[in-house]
Design a protein around this ligand. Structure first.
Ligand SMILES: [Zn+2]
Length: 184
């Protein structure tokens, strides 16, 4: 899970819409519309709320990172190819057909069985750790989405209230306003 910068969306109001944003990580100065820190070594999210990947990165143990890598590697087609080659080599080497090898694990390949059992158990455990991490990620993301939604909802409500106030004042004022069909 890499934290690559998302595509930037430009909007006419983005340009010089506010003061520059200071990065809380490296202290660097960024454009007012920057989303991630421009410092390539930092790349910190600059929003006023948590960023799910940063949160997750912060409380990830070494074993969880390893599990993530193992889960990623074992899901690739190379993993299957490597195993097929390994089995082919093992069977050939122990069949006595190859001149350079003396058989070290005769049929029914007990040693291969033990190695594969250990590998199977380890991969299963790593996949479980990785799956737990995935669900933790989903939960965290849901919580952060909720936080942003609540903040936006409150802000929109506040703005709507202010707008109502403005409309009420305008209605009360003496400024003549054109109404449907009443323009002269
Ligand atoms: Zn920074």
């Amino acid at each position: 899970m890499s934290s690559s910068a998302p595509a930037t969306v430009s909007h006419p109001h983005d340009r010089a819409s506010g003061p520059p944003v200071q990065c809380p990580g490296c202290g660097g100065t960024n454009d007012s519309n920057a989303v991630f820190c421009a410092n390539a070594a930092c790349r910190r999210a600059l929003g006023g709320f948590s960023y799910v990947l940063e949160e997750l990165e912060r409380d990830t143990s070494r074993i969880a990172k390893l599990a993530e890598r193992v889960a990623e590697a074992s899901g690739r087609p190379h993993f299957v190819t490597a195993h097929l080659l390994w089995f082919a080599f093992w069977i050939l080497a122990n069949s006595g057909l190859v001149a350079f090898f003396s058989a070290f694990d005769a049929y029914p390949y007990g040693l291969l069985g033990i190695i594969l059992s250990i590998e199977g158990v380890l991969i299963t455990l790593f996949l479980l750790v990785s799956s737990n991490r995935q669900s933790a990620y989903a939960e965290k993301r849901a919580a952060l989405d909720y936080e942003v939604n609540v903040r936006t909802w409150r802000l929109v409500n506040h703005l709507a209230d202010r707008l109502d106030e403005v409309v009420t004042r305008l209605d009360r004022s003496e400024i003549p306003r054109s109404k449907d069909g009443a323009s002269g």
